[in-house]
Design a protein around this ligand. Sequence first.
Ligand code: FES
Ligand SMILES: [Fe+2]
Length: 446
Amino acid sequence: MGERKWRQAESLLQSMGTRLQEGMVPSKIFNDPEIFELEKERVFTKAWVFLGHESEIPNPGDYVVRYIVDDSFIVIRDEDSNIQVFFNSCSHRGMQICNVEMGNTSHFRCPYHGWTFKNNGKLVGIPFGNEVYGKDGLKKDQWGLRCAPKFDCYNGLIFACLDANAVSLDEYLGDFKWYLDIYLKKSEAGMEVIGAPQRWIVDADWKLGADNFIGDGYHTATSHRSTVDVGVLPVPGANFHKNGVQVYADPGGVGLITLPPQSFMGYPESIVESMKRSLKPEQFRLLSGEHFQNQYSLFQTHGGVFPNLSFLNAPGSIKPGGPPIPYLTIRIWNPIGPGKMEVWSWFLVEKDAPEWFKEASYRAYVLSFGSSGTLEQDDTENWRSITRVAKGTMAKNHFLNYQMGMATGMQPLSDWPGPGVAYPIAYIEANQRAFFAKWFQYMCQA
Ligand code: FES
Ligand SMILES: [Fe+2]
């Protein structure tokens, strides 16, 4: 029955195997109901998915509500300051127990029959309990809120996994932790999220966001050219994204873009000093440009972790022609239907940064990659278009080209200081090929 149920998706996957090795990806996977259902079952129930950042819930009782596809979770700091991830569903009859997106509470009281749970998930109150279940009739300790099968944190990032048999988060993130640290350990004080994440729904496949952030330096010269022309991006020319290094270290990849020496993208002196103490020397050498013999310095980095977490650390301008102000955004592309996703975008900043910088950095982010950001809108239109095309009949036999770097036989760097496979240019599609190979592997595991 299972196989018949997914017949079209399975045959699409079958046709994909060898083509993928040639750098070809079928258009149809970007808008197909069966592929979407299979992704729910084989990717999003198996992989670790990002839910939020510890700084969003700093105090006991603080919580936020987050999602893995359709499943809603309460991510909460309990009275003992432990982070918990509860399935947002009452253990009596399944009603959603928490109906607001964030807050602080000692208890959740179900609106249906009033079962009451402490913020550590324990069931503590049942209306008319003794009368309707008898004294000791219902074992309260067996009817607490259900936890996500697995959840854990890395450097402040909170993840959950729906597969109780999955590897640990530490093992899952593997070699990619080295790159995550570059984002998250820029200051000894750590990072904090400012404001609530922005959310918006886009008629586009979630994989297109992941594909773009993990490796698509190539689109910037065309898609974002106007932002360069009008001076809202502090770069000398539209091909600013070409030079750099692209690295894949399973389960994620980054593009590290270089430009002639800048001063740490515009980070304040105190943060640069903090970075120096917090990062490994070889990581700091990358940021400072020493690794590139001081001919270039790291200008911006973009990346992604399988399946749907992406990030971008880039400088923007607050006013046209103004100095660069760097910002860090983390986002997820949550699939909510075939060819449809909800984007969640967080802004993070170094906790010990000066107030003026936190404000300027937030503005630089909102102007470029918030929901109304200039670059965000450029990207969104591309992904909507690809998704719309992928829905049609012609798309059934249409394969897309992901061959950049294969034809030139480009070889990985032999002296790269970090883990993974690194190529000496940013215009290459090695990371996207690695992303789709991983997606394919998950999709083929019944
Ligand atoms: S469904 Fe929650 S108390 Fe009945
Ligand atoms: Fe873009």
